[in-house]
Design a protein around this ligand. Structure first.
Ligand SMILES: CC(C)(COP(=O)(O)OP(=O)(O)OC[C@H]1O[C@@H](n2cnc3c(N)ncnc32)[C@H](O)[C@@H]1OP(=O)(O)O)[C@@H](O)C(=O)NCCC(=O)NCCSC(=O)C[C@H](O)C(=O)O
Ligand SMILES: [Mg+2]
Length: 352
């Protein structure tokens, strides 16, 4: 293990200094596109006006015989597309695949200055992050980059979940972690074939009211991902990095998608993946606090003065802790308003 004194030292001579704070740039949706798919790549400039993050995906969903085409497509998009201040991320192939090394070498040396974050799939433990950390430092030094690339891990193996705290703390490059429910389900041998979302069989049932065990018993579907998301949120909060829900594969089920995203938002996630253009607006809606919530938060902060003591507002007790909760909402609103003029107007004008 590295000494804490060396944690923020570059891991290669000539590599940029690691960051000490993860930039708090809005990332409500990480929109996945296949850079080797010409139709999708052509939509990138327009999508950049709608999404906070565009991610050129090189891993699963890109067929084995199209890996090089996708990688070359991403280099082209990074060089040619005008993305404004929308972030460009990539998901490279898993570290045990035949493509991961070339993904990293090509992308960092050719377009490392255009990329913000590298998403690493199927992370099993901190050793995977240490490997990527050192390799990135070497490649950044070779490419003469002045800004370090950040790393995002996907939590999608049982070992990864068992080691999530160590993964979150493994490197100053760690930007965040996303839940990968499809691979995680397979790794855990869960019996669901869905990509995220609930399952009608995972439920609780109310007690019987009489002798007939089938009579009048209500069932409530439960969230299969609650434990993992909550644990990931705690690991990320401890490390000062950002947690995300991942994919919702039933593109037609916009209602179920919104519910899954909202559960994640309420538990502390800052965003989710969008797999189809239709999911961008869902994430934007869910991961932006409502104008009413923002107005309430600002009112509590204003009425609480120095933030200590207790007051009643509209019959509800407010104290030092509720001010902190309200500060989370208010500062998120400020960050989003700086990027999104529509939200800026909505947050500026509505009162509680
Ligand atoms: C899911 C899709 C295969 C659906 O594609 P398609 O059948 O083409 O949908 P539509 O006909 O509705 O598309 C309408 C037009 O929009 C374009 N399109 C579709 N998706 C995207 C996109 N993501 N980005 C940009 N543009 C997109 C289509 O080309 C159509 O264009 P046009 O014909 O000109 O009108 C497809 O959406 C897709 O492939 N999505 C990405 C899938 C993906 O990235 N999967 C991997 C992430 S999830 C995962 O890996 C699991 C995770 O790791 C875990 O373990 O949980
Ligand atoms: Mg996966």
């Amino acid at each position: 293990m590295r000494s804490p004194k060396d944690f923020f030292r570059p891991l290669a001579v000539g590599a940029p200094d690691p960051v000490r704070q993860i930039p708090q740039r809005p990332s409500r949706m990480i929109h996945f596109f296949d850079p080797g798919n010409e139709k999708m790549a052509a939509k990138v400039p327009d999508l950049a006006t709608k999404a906070d993050v565009l991610l050129g995906n090189l891993e699963d969903a890109v067929a084995a015989d199209r890996k090089e085409i996708a990688r070359a497509g991403l280099v082209r998009v990074a060089r040619e597309a005008d993305l404004g201040d929308t972030q460009l991320w990539t998901r490279v192939n898993s570290l045990d695949s035949p493509w991961a090394l070339d993904d990293l070498i090509t992308l960092v040396t050719e377009v490392g200055d255009k990329l913000d974050v590298i998403m690493v799939p199927k992370v099993e433990g901190p050793e995977d992050i240490h490997y990527v950390d050192r390799l990135l430092a070497q490649l950044e030094a070779r490419a003469g980059l002045r800004r370090p690339l950040l790393v995002h891990a996907i939590l999608e193996t049982a070992s990864g979940v068992a080691n999530v705290e160590a993964i979150a703390l493994a490197s100053p490059r760690m930007q965040g972690i996303s839940l990968g429910p499809a691979d995680l389900a397979a790794s855990r041998r869960m019996k669901t074939t869905r990509v995220g979302g609930g399952h009608p069989g995972y439920l609780v049932r109310s007690d019987p009211t009489g002798d007939d065990l089938n009579e009048g018993r209500l069932t409530y579907q439960q969230d299969l991902w609650h434990y993992t998301v909550a644990r990931m949120v705690d690991a990320c909060a401890e490390a000062g990095i950002l947690p995300y829900y991942g994919p919702f594969g039933d593109i037609r089920d916009t209602v179920g998608c919104e519910d899954q995203f909202r559960n994640a938002y309420l538990l502390g996630c800052v965003g989710a993946w969008s797999l189809h253009p239709a999911q961008i607006a869902i994430a934007r809606k869910v991961f932006s606090p409502s104008p009413e919530e923002v107005a309430w938060a600002r009112r509590v902060i204003a009425e609480m003065g120095d933030g200590t003591g207790a007051v009643m507002i509209d019959g509800k007790m407010q104290d030092d802790a509720t001010v902190k909760q309200c500060q989370v909402i208010a500062s998120l609103a400020d960050d989003l308003a700086a990027r999104d003029p529509e939200l800026a107007a909505a947050y500026g004008s509505v009162s509680a």
